[in-house]
Design a protein. Structure first.
Length: 767
């Protein structure tokens, strides 16, 4: 819907640019502005143009000579409308000056060339424009109108570019969804699971070849195969780099072409002066045109993330580069206008104007925004970056509004108001999400309003804060791949929010701990949830809870959601969380943490027969939800609901590398315990520190190795196994950039060697 509105706006804008003023009569009355007539003073302009008898008579006479009947009718009607709108005057009618418009009178009128008459000496009779003067003014206006139209049209081409890119993403997502939905219906109609993954996209010859080539050479690899950094810009994939550099190329080219110039232009006689003015306007307008894209791509509630399935990290890259292009254009725009002021010897007069000062302020703030958004500065001062980014962004909009306030009709506000609306809408939806997650009003409970509750525990050995949040709303249903922004409101900087991937969740009913409530399993409210694995903490082993019904739970008892986040303390707010826990003797404290979400998209790992999950540190938060999802989908009761898609996963392997072995032990005895007891799940654990603790933990039923895994060998081995078995392989990676790059390069190598049916998924580890 937003894409449609965007394209409609582009079409309307281009059409509006084509619908310029009627050029013939406009050229005539513009040419007479360089001639002074006796009678009504030349200022104000519209009063003289509309009511000076000599001037109006000359306009009518020249229109008779140089314009056809249709041009005269439309042009004079436009002039009359402008007299009423801008001059609040009525244009003298032709009848009022008809005695001076006979054929003989017009034929005998004096014809004047451009600058033949001094504006200091008013003429006391009507005069006629020479043919050369009319042509010169007509060409000047035609050039100006074309270039003015091109300024906006080229800005709209940026919308068209992103519209095409987003459309390709949405079509791809829709195609995959429709394909798997159709296959699911076929499998259910056969009532058989004897043909797992038959008919996948990759196994259709032509489609499979095309998809494999695109995945191998565009989607999977780093921009330069071995490097993810180009000209100082960092990208995760070659596709992102191609999209961004395509936009850079388009923006640069459109800033340099499409100028209609000629010698003798009345406004700017020499061609260099024309190019200077036109390029100054072009860069300013195109910078404004990028504003809606900047705010759209940078918003948390960007609908295109859902429509395309692309991650917040990808759109954040697009957001940064569109902002960089817009900032560069604004800087060039400002510099070129300063050059024009210097050439005209009006530098101090120009800079003293309020609208110019607002424009300089807007450009300066954009530059500051760009500098403070650099990776090193953003990571080092994240909390300061957040508040500064908001304040400076608002100041940029304010500066741009006041910079363009002098233009009639506020034509440039068409770019600023959509940006403002997008920003306000995003902030409003954030508040809605905050209220939805953290406040629940109920008349059936003792307390009318229920709020979220948070319990934090710091593990010194693991150097991780385990945050367990009980959201207020009972209808919240987490999914793998989702993340939330967390607030701690009762702090001096309580408005700050930090994104965290949800690491795990479970439901508690009395002393029972379950992976999901009955209502989530069966839309028909049949509350049989047999074979649901218990989580550690509510049971001592991997026994199954059977026949959980409303009668056994009792009417008053409802499942309570517990959401787990793992926070690694660094600087700023995360360090403060650790300090709050350290103030308690048992390193555990209760606090108020607000959730904003959910955001993110769930990747359908269950559609692949083999799954390899590679994570580093707290990246385990991305892995555990998918592992728990596999446990749910493996349950017999899951298939009772026809809307639930069957799992095709035959084996899952987890490879987890972290600093402290204690962190591995903590998660393994809690969230990973049910999976470790299964035959279709295997795990390899690596700890880069605390080597003395390895032997103590190896007695727990799993092995913790020292060092790091060799990811290339691991991925190549799994790719060969999948190819030999004719099965599909999904590789999910979440960890530090070095780990993700190594895994991506290994996957790219495997695909270049001909291993197909491999899907690489990288969950963002940094923000």
């Amino acid at each position: 819907m937003l894409l449609g509105l965007l394209l409609i706006a582009c079409a309307q804008g281009v059409w509006a640019g084509l619908a310029t003023e009627e050029p013939c009569v406009t050229a005539i009355f513009s040419a007479y502005n360089y001639i002074s007539f006796a009678g009504i003073p030349p200022k104000p302009l519209w009063h003289s143009r509309c009511r000076n008898t000599l001037k109006v008579t000359s306009i009518y006479a020249a229109s008779e000579v140089y314009c056809n009947e249709d041009e005269r009718e439309r042009g004079l009607a436009q002039l009359a409308d402008q007299c009423r709108e801008f001059g609040h005057e009525e244009l003298l009618s032709r009848d009022e000056v008809a005695e001076n418009l006979t054929e003989d009178t017009i034929r005998n009128m004096r014809r004047v060339d451009y600058l033949e008459l001094s504006r200091a000496d008013p003429v006391d009779v009507p005069v006629l424009l020479s043919a050369s003067y009319f042509d010169l003014m007509f060409n000047t206006l035609e050039s100006w109108q074309y270039v003015s139209w091109a300024h906006h049209a080229f800005g709209y081409l940026g919308y068209l570019y992103w519209g095409i890119i987003l459309s390709l993403g949405m079509i791809s997502r829709l195609f995959v969804w429709a394909f798997h939905r159709r296959r699911g219906h076929k499998e259910r109609s056969l009532e058989s699971n004897a043909y797992p993954f038959v008919g996948t996209l990759e196994k259709i010859p032509l489609v499979g070849t095309c998809l494999h080539w695109v995945q191998t050479h565009v989607i999977i690899p780093a921009p330069l195969a071995t490097r993810k950094c180009i000209l100082g810009f960092t990208f995760s994939t070659r596709a992102e780099a191609l999209i961004v550099f395509g936009f850079w190329t388009l923006s640069i080219v459109l800033s340099l072409v499409g100028y209609r110039t000629f010698s003798g232009n009345i406004y700017w006689p020499d061609i260099p002066s024309q190019l200077l003015r036109y390029s100054a306007d072009r860069t300013g307008i195109m910078s404004f045109a990028n504003f809606p894209l900047i705010w759209l791509f940078g918003g948390r509630n960007n609908i295109f993330m859902w429509a395309t399935g692309w991650s917040f990290a990808s759109f954040n890259i697009f957001h940064r580069h569109v902002a960089r292009v817009a900032t560069l254009q604004a800087v060039v725009h400002s510099i070129l206008y300063i050059v024009m002021y210097i050439q005209a010897n009006t530098i101090w007069k120009g800079l003293s104007k309020a609208y110019v000062q607002w424009g300089i302020l807007g450009t300066a703030v954009m530059v500051i925004l760009l500098v403070t958004s650099l990776d090193r500065i953003r990571i080092a001062t994240y909390e300061l970056f957040l508040i500064a980014h908001v304040v400076l962004s608002v100041l940029t909009l304010v500066g741009c509004f006041y910079h363009t306030i002098i233009f009639e009709g506020h034509e440039y506000w068409q770019y600023l108001w959509p940006s403002t609306i997008i920003w306000v809408a995003d902030r409003f939806l954030r508040i809605v999400r905050l209220c939805y997650c953290n406040l629940h009003v109920s008349t059936s409970n003792k307390s009318l309003v229920k709020a979220s509750v948070t319990r934090m525990t710091y593990d010194k050995a693991a150097n991780v804060v385990r945050m367990e949040v009980t959201p207020a709303t009972p209808s919240l249903r987490p999914s793998p791949g989702q993340y939330y922004f967390l607030y701690q409101p009762f702090r001096l900087t309580g408005w700050e929010s930090h994104p965290f991937t949800i690491g795990a969740w479970h439901y508690e009913v009395g002393d029972k701990t379950l992976l999901e409530p009955a209502s989530a399993r069966d839309v028909n409210n049949s509350l049989d949830v047999s074979h649901v694995p218990l989580l550690a903490g509510g049971a001592t082993d991997s026994e199954y809870q059977r026949n959980w019904t409303r009668d056994s739970m009792g009417e008053a008892e409802s499942p309570e959601l517990r959401m787990i986040f793992w926070v690694r303390p660094y600087d700023g707010w995360t360090r403060e969380l650790r300090q709050q826990c350290l103030r308690s003797p048992d390193l555990t404290t209760e606090t108020t943490v607000l959730l904003e979400g959910p955001y993110g998209d769930t990747f359908p790992l269950w559609r692949y027969e083999s799954v390899l999950i590679i994570v580093g540190g707290t990246g385990i938060a991305s892995a555990v939800p998918y592992i728990q999802d596999h446990l749910r989908r493996s349950d017999e009761g899951w298939e009772e609901n026809p809307e639930n898609e069957k799992t095709r996963v035959r084996d899952i392997e987890l490879v987890w590398t972290t600093r402290q072995a204690a962190f591995i032990h903590d998660v393994s005895r809690r969230e990973l315990k049910p999976a470790l007891a299964r035959n279709d799940f295997s795990a390899s654990f690596y700890a880069t520190r605390d080597s003395t603790a390895y032997e103590d933990l190896n007695n727990c039923g799993y092995e913790v190795q020292g060092g790091r895994p060799h990811l290339q060998s691991l991925i190549m081995s799994r790719a060969c196994d999948a190819s030999s078995a004719g099965s599909s392989l999904a590789i999910l990676v979440c960890g530090p950039s070095g780990m993700a790059d190594e895994a991506r390069a290994a996957t790219h190598l495997a695909m270049r060697q001909g291993h197909r049916s491999i899907k690489f998924v990288e969950e963002s580890f940094t923000w």
